[in-house]
Structures are given as C-alpha cells and as structure tokens.
Design a protein around this ligand. Structure first.
Ligand SMILES: Nc1ncnc2c1ncn2[C@@H]1O[C@H](COP(=O)(O)OP(=O)(O)O)[C@@H](O)[C@H]1O
Ligand SMILES: [Mg+2]
Length: 300
C-alpha cells in the first residue's frame, strides 16, 4: 500500500455515475460489479460526524482485504480486487480518490440482517443482559460482568436499519421470519465459524476479538460474504494484555470516539442526533493511530 496517499476523502461524486451513500462508503453500480469506496467518514451512534479520520477508509479496505484473503479457501466473498493502479473504465481521472480504499465487488442481493457474533459481553449485548438476563433471546449465566468472556460465542442478529434509524437486536426466530430458517441457520453457522477462526488469529497477535458483525449477500443462488469484515468499524478489538472484566476496555476501534462523545452527552452538549460534533485534533489523531495499530497488528 502506498504510504504517500495522504489526501483525505470525505465524499466522492463521479460525474456520469449515480452514487448511493452509506454512512462510510460510497457505492457505484457498474452493471455487473459494484464499486465500494471506503471514505474517511466516521459515524457513531449512526450519526456521521463532520470530521473525517485521515486514511481511515484505506485502513478499513486493507484490513478487509487481508481477511477476505485469509478466508478465501473456505468462504466465497464479494471482493474482486482492491483498486491500486488501475481504475475501472471511465474513472481513470479519479484514481487518486479510489486508490487503496476501493473494492471492486460482485453485486449481490443483500440479506437484510446484521449477523452479529459475540464472544464477550459488551455494547448493546451488555445493555440487553442488564435488562433481561439474556441477549437476543439467548439466556446467559447470572451475575456476569461487563466485558466478561461468554461461556461460548453467541449469535445475536439485528435488523438492518434504514438511513437515520438504529439497528435493533432481534431473536433468531424473528430473523427466520424475515429471511427464512434455512438461510438463517446456514449463515449463523458460517458466521460463528468465521468468528472463531478470526478470534484465534487475533489472539496470536495479542488482540481479543470481542464481537463482530457480518453482512451476507445472495448471488446465483449462493450466499457470499459482502461489505467489510473484521475491521475496527465492524468489530470490537481489545488489547489482550490490558483486558480485565468488570469495566470498559481500552480498544483499537471506534469505542474510543464513542467514549469521547459520551463525555459531551453527559455534559449536555450533544444528544446523539445529527449533526454530530466536530472532533478535536487530539481525538482525530489518536483515532487514526488506533486504526493503524489494529491494521499493523492484525494484518501486518
Ligand atoms: N457485494 C455487495 N452487494 C450489494 N451491496 C453491498 C455489497 N457489499 C456491501 N454492500 C452494501 O453497501 C453498503 C456499505 O456502505 P456503508 O457505508 O458501510 O453502509 P452502512 O451505513 O449501511 O453501514 C451497505 O449498505 C452494504 O449492505
Ligand atoms: Mg457499514
């Protein structure tokens, strides 16, 4: 990956091509293929913040590429190639905005479920557990602590929310009602297997993979892995040597930004709705460094 690609990309607009914007990625439909441009946008609580994190999109794309390659023997996925020096026809003028951060992908019909696997009790899982003693209908032992390791990894699906809405944790049964039991059973088992194998790799690199989210898409009657995988945006990564249950963990992921934002919420300066607050330079630099550290540790 070229180290001198320093330009920040917050938004792309390639004339002659219609763009669909996710919170982080700009999507271009090229007919058979999809172009997924990971920008430097960062979102928290489903709000895109006004301040980009330099090179974040490059790091997300390179980390996803590492994992797609890592699993390529066993799991079909959507990545055709990451654009480095060859732009698709008609987009040659935009190579600087595409390079290292763009995936040429197979276009699929997205399965409208977030496939979440948790090995530890954190985030919305911890909140659900405090309220109900279970997560997405999976009951757990009593008296578990925040961020404690679960007896075994659990599958906790969520809905895929529309723009501006929040994903909602749902039971496995509810997910089956939405997309069918065969689909859910197959993709649950494959998601759990991927989590276990990635967690084992991360562990060797001194990182706890606390939880993660996958997306699957259907093409020619087959389910393939799409979107991003095991990135700091889709996963919680904790340094193993600093891990201790019963409190928040230091992390290599977005949690650092969420924690900063929580201080604003607690001070009554932000209510978790758009527009989000501008991030101070220190937070931007530390976040970029955390993403870089995650990339180097996991994929280096
Ligand atoms: N191979 C694919 N085929 C179709 N859609 C895809 C594919 N890979 C990713 N997507 C979709 O592209 C979008 C990625 O943009 P992103 O900014 O991550 O969106 P979001 O705000 O939903 O997280 C998601 O809506 C995802 O479902
Ligand atoms: Mg996404």
């Amino acid at each position: 990956m070229p180290e001198n690609t320093t330009s920040i990309v917050t938004e792309t607009n390639f004339s002659g091509h219609s763009v669909k914007r996710g919170k982080v990625r700009d999507l271009y439909d090229l007919g058979d293929e999809l172009l997924l441009v990971a920008t430097d946008r960062i979102s928290a609580y489903d709000v895109v913040l006004p301040t980009p994190i330099p090179r974040k999109g490059i790091m997300l794309t390179q980390i996803s590429k590492f994992w797609f390659d890592f699993f390529s023997d066993s799991v079909p996925h959507h990545l055709i190639e990451v654009i480095e020096e060859n732009a698709p026809p008609g987009l040659e003028d935009h190579l600087d905005n595409l390079r290292s951060r763009t995936m040429r992908c197979r276009k699929t019909a997205v399965v409208p479920i977030e496939f979440v696997v948790r090995g530890y009790l954190a985030g919305s899982g911890w909140k659900d557990y405090l309220r109900t003693g279970s997560v997405c209908g999976v009951s757990l032992p009593a008296d578990m602590k925040q961020c404690e390791k679960l007896p075994e990894p659990i599958f906790t699906p969520a809905t895929k929310a529309e723009i501006g809405e929040h994903d909602e944790n749902i039971s496995f049964e509810r997910a089956c009602e939405i997309v069918g039991e065969d689909c859910m059973t197959e993709l649950r088992d494959r998601s759990l297997d991927l989590y276990n194998r990635a967690a084992e790799h991360a562990c060797k690199r001194g990182i706890i993979l606390a939880d993660t989210k996958f997306e699957w898409g259907e093409i020619n009657g087959e389910y393939i892995l799409i979107d991003e995988i095991f990135t700091p945006d889709s996963s919680r990564f904790w340094p193993a040597d600093k891990y201790e249950a019963g409190r928040d963990q230091e992390s290599f992921d977005k949690q650092y930004v969420r924690n900063y934002l929580t201080t604003l919420v607690d001070a009554g300066k932000w209510d978790k709705t758009a527009p989000g607050p501008v991030l101070p330079d220190e937070i931007v630099n530390n976040t970029a460094a955390k993403y870089k550290e995650a990339m180097d540790k996991l994929a280096g």
